[in-house]
Write a protein that binds this ligand. Sequence first.
Ligand code: PLP
Ligand code: ZN
Length: 502
Amino acid sequence: MKPGHVPDDIQDRIVPSPGGRLIYRCMGCDLTAGIERLLYTCPDCGGVLLIYNENEADYLQTPGNVWHRIFDYRKMLTIPALKGIYRYHEFIGPVIPLDAVIYLGEGHTPVVEANGLLQELAGIRFYYKNDGQNPSASFKDRGMASALSYINYLLKQELVSDVLAICASTGDTSAAAALYAAYLAPRIKSAVLLPHKKVTLQQLSQPLGSGAAVFEIPGVFDDCMKVVEHLSDTYSVALLNSKNAWRILGQESYSYEIAQEFEYDLADKVVVVPIGNAGNITAVMSGFIKFFRAGIITALPKIIGVQSKHANPVCNYYREPDVDKRQFVPMAAQPSVAQAAMIGNPVSMPRVIHLVTLYNQLAGDQRVFFVEVTEQEIMDWELTANRNGHIACTHGGECLAGLARAVQTQVLDSNETAIIDSTAHALKFSGFQDMYFEGTLPPEYGVTPKPELVNKPALIRPAGVPRFPSHQHPLTGEELDLFVKKTAQNIADRIGLVKRRS
Ligand SMILES: *Cc1c(COP(=O)(O)O)cnc(C)c1O
Ligand SMILES: [Zn+2]
């Protein structure tokens, strides 16, 4: 649809022009700073930052139902910059002109209702939102679209040049960073640091394919993060980890999409996300808060953050009911099949602490909950989801395991509807499925395969076939007929097929 064809009253709003006044604010000391330069941590206290719009009041003047119409009509436009996360331009990055927006197909991922069987097993109505259907097959593309659009904006204004983008990663951040940086080649080069042997082959292949410099570091993600932090403190590089507050802005689009998908009615809705470095849950809370303040939604959904017992520092923190006694203790993460969330010292913890309090205050009630699950539950629920028509990764399994637990422990009740995050595509983590099926998952994971969930290919070489076809020696005539008949019969016997009558 052409912008000129939208109703008159939203004509001048349908294609946004740059606006707002964005600033960084420190979660530690409240210091504010302009966004003209790339800033990752507070120059005063070293705390983490979030980005705020000082002119937020401008947007609050628009009634919620007008926003609904703006976003709903924008959905029909064919302008690339408005096809992804910047459909919500005013809330994602109002200062970014549309010609600086990088759009590689991210966002607006499918929301798929679980079938009756799976809903019955979980004990609640729910949908998967498949963030594995983003361009690099994880939700990280949302944040990279924002971070790289901002860098592109700085490049265009000649505020920076020859950017070297760098990140530490449990796999998916580097895949996304390398992809978006490659799109801006040669003005941006990228380098990624991965924990040696702690990312899947698929994840390793992604930054290599995008042409990034890939460094494997002994240790776990938290060790890589320390090296990257040292690099970004010492050298001139653009840090693309979720410490970069632009990443959080972009990831808020996940909440905005849920709001739009459910026609802005989020009463009795529950949003379930896995927690690793806690950037995602930060963004999800922040996004809903912004839409709530702007009157775009009138109820804040419940949020459930899920962690594996093998990497549960956030759950440990919130286990203490007395707010004054809570103390954050980083931990050494144990091996987890939810490998992208295998983090013992989440960078965004101060953001989480700040936003959980605010979220519950605004809702007037506890609306954010934390649930922990076992590795066994993660694998079993992932496989069960996928056997019912989903494409959930291990973290999608973690979310479903968390949802089922939350129903069992009465954090949720059965009249609520959940939207759970499959943060990556099943294929990225299929190695864990293979090990489960083969019974080769190392004992540290603490997972015992359930025979009813195991599935393996069967090689069919029936007796009584003198020769089997091969690439070099194809069969013909009677030999081929015999091979086809015997093979078909063998398959029919194995799966119990019944012969046609006529
Ligand atoms: C990064 C990642 C997570 C964890 O998200 P955080 O923002 O670090 O909490 C979960 N799942 C997948 C697939 C990821 O790539
Ligand atoms: Zn500070």
